[in-house]
Ligand binder design. Structure first.
Ligand code: 5GP
Length: 115
């Protein structure tokens, strides 16, 4: 099912675009949770990590290659960054078009909310 991210990829609605090629699009999160917060999205609609097939392996690799290029372009590669993918309810996924968050620009703290 198409989400808002498909519209952003097709440039039907605006976003602060950072990177786009034939396979992957990246744009700044509308509600950033770090000084750098970028979403890296495959152009093809894959709802969740659960829906990734073996044929998607190269595409998923391209998401990581895009992350590396974006981190370098944002000047955060050396200090470091965090890549995060949420899946379904317990993962906190809100938009059902696979996406990788790239967070950077400050120490990012513990990996998970402590309780
Ligand atoms: P999730 O919780 O699904 O892993 O993350 C979805 C992310 O998409 C959230 O961080 C949210 O702020 C972001 N987001 C939702 N709608 C839009 C939008 O229309 N434009 C942009 N740039 N980001 C969005």
């Amino acid at each position: 099912m198409a989400t808002i991210f498909s519209k952003i990829i097709k440039k039907e609605i605006p976003a602060d675009m950072v990177y786009q090629d034939e396979f992957v699009t990246a744009f700044r999160d509308i509600e950033p949770q770090a000084p750098v917060h970028i979403l890296i999205v495959p152009n093809r609609e894959i709802p969740t990590v659960n829906d990734i097939s073996t044929e998607d392996e190269a595409l998923v690799g391209k998401m990581f290659t895009a992350a590396r290029k974006i981190a370098a372009g944002e000047g955060v590669a050396e200090n470091g960054y965090r890549l995060l993918i949420n899946c379904n309810k317990h993962g906190g996924q809100e938009v059902f078009h696979l996406h990788m968050h790239l967070f950077a620009g400050r120490p990012l703290g513990p990996m998970l909310l402590r309780r």
